[in-house]
Ligand binder design. Structure first.
Ligand code: SF4
Length: 418
């Protein structure tokens, strides 16, 4: 097993991968949500048990991890990391006697929250999705074998073929080239709508929708809900380009590229400290003054979280000579924190939890600001409301999150004391 901190291309070289033997493998890239950002927490994790070793990669976040961890520690399990992912691995390993799928299903009945898992044992590979289906997970075929990935675009890159999504509550077991499926009940679905707005790549399919087209639909919705007189439409690269194309088509205002993205800098809002975020915007975008000078510009962006990145983007455009900046945002105002694996911000840091839309417009320095409504968003993705988690807009969490909220309140208090 090989793990490390940093980008995949920095951590793994041909020499480090060459010694790995076998015909099954799992890999994972993690940004820290539960559990801090340190090397020990890198995945896959390896945990021993009566049926042999179990390696685990986890996307998501549990809401009852601390409770389960205390219970497992009291039963004699020793933890090596601070992650909720290790709780899952220990819970599976400590399940009553049975086969691997039985052990996994036992654990699923105790786990609460979001988890898309890949699990590797000595003789099988398993793909598991929580009953709410918060994070995506899909199955594909490659060279006559099976492959599992968070997003379908990963299968395209390795010459594979998308077969289907792993269903919420499903355990898929792959052994000797054969596939078995087991199901836990899934009475309520809660796919994270942010996967469709921002996280997943535009060339991925979710629920049969190509996200590039779903995002164009968001732009169409924004043009209908928030029309404005302008000369050009641009999207903040890369995630908002498709929505900007949709806005341009619907409004008849020409689309342009206005900011060029430096491809060597990562996502800004998940960078852990404010100084890095501030530096990140400058490093990330370069404007095209010859295109933008003197123009009234519609700027489409995926979301405003803290409201710290957006003013910098607006200022960059103004310095490039833009006359008017009309911001149009695909995600409705984010007023509540996420407890399901998106490390966005605490509630007091969310700008829409603290300010009205006109106040946000003023703070970010735009001439106008329009958010897509929840109804407009659902129309764009063309799927029913009951399928989704919309909790960061509505505060209606798909499962109780009291324990996580208490933890957050305590952290906030401690931050204030320091
Ligand atoms: S709270 Fe928001 S970001 Fe978190 S899972 Fe729900 S929709 Fe996604």
């Amino acid at each position: 097993m090989a793990t490390g901190m940093g980008l995949v291309s920095q951590v793994f070289r041909e020499e480090s991968l060459a010694p790995l033997k076998g015909h099954m493998a799992i890999g994972h890239t993690r940004y820290s949500t539960t559990g801090s950002c340190r090397a020990d927490n890198a995945q896959p994790l390896l945990v021993e048990g009566p049926l042999g070793p179990l390696a685990l990669g986890h996307n998501g976040n549990l809401v009852n991890a601390e409770y389960l961890r205390r219970e497992l520690e009291a039963a004699g399990r020793t933890f090596r990391t601070s992650t909720d992912s290790e709780v899952i691995a220990h819970l599976i390993q400590s399940a009553p006697d049975g086969t691997w799928p039985e052990k996994v299903r036992y654990a699923m009945r105790r786990l609460e929250g979001a988890y898309s898992l890949v699990l590797l044992t000595r003789d099988c590979l398993m793909a598991v999705r929580d009953p709410l289906g918060v994070r995506p997970l899909c199955l594909g075929r490659v060279n006559g074998g099976w492959a599992v990935a968070s997003e379908s675009c990963a299968l395209d890159h390795i010459g594979g073929r998308f077969v289907r999504e792993v269903e919420p509550g499903e355990v898929v077991l792959i052994r000797g080239g054969e596939l078995e499926s087991y199901k836990e009940p899934s009475p309520r679905r809660a796919l994270c709508i942010f996967e469709l707005i921002y996280f997943a790549r535009p060339d991925s399919l979710i629920q049969g929708r190509l996200l590039h087209l779903a995002r164009q639909g968001m732009g169409v919705g924004l043009a209908r809900e928030h029309p404005v007189e302008a000369d050009l439409v641009m999207g903040v690269p890369d995630s908002s380009i498709a929505a900007a194309i949709g806005y341009a088509r619907e409004s008849g205002i020409p689309f342009t590229e206005g900011l060029l993205k430096n491809r060597y800098v990562g996502r800004t809002f998940i960078e852990p400290d404010q100084r890095l975020r501030e530096l990140g915007v400058k490093l990330k975008f370069n404007p095209l003054p010859e295109v933008l000078e003197g123009k009234r510009l519609v700027v489409v962006d995926d979301s405003i979280v803290r409201g710290t990145t957006t003013p910098r983007v607006v200022a960059l455009l103004r310095r490039a000579g833009v006359k008017e900046v009309h911001l149009r945002i695909c995600a409705p105002p984010i007023r509540y924190p996420c407890f399901f694996g998106v490390d966005m911000a605490r509630r007091f840091e969310l700008i829409a939890a603290q300010k009205t839309i006109p106040q946000i417009c003023e703070q970010v320095g735009a001439d106008s600001l329009g958010y897509l409504s929840i109804e407009g968003l659902l129309r764009a993705v063309d799927l029913p409301r009951e399928m989704f988690c919309l909790a960061c807009f509505t505060g209606e969490y798909p499962i109780p999150v009291q324990m996580e909220m208490d933890k957050l309140a305590l952290e906030t208090l401690e931050t204030g004391r320091r």
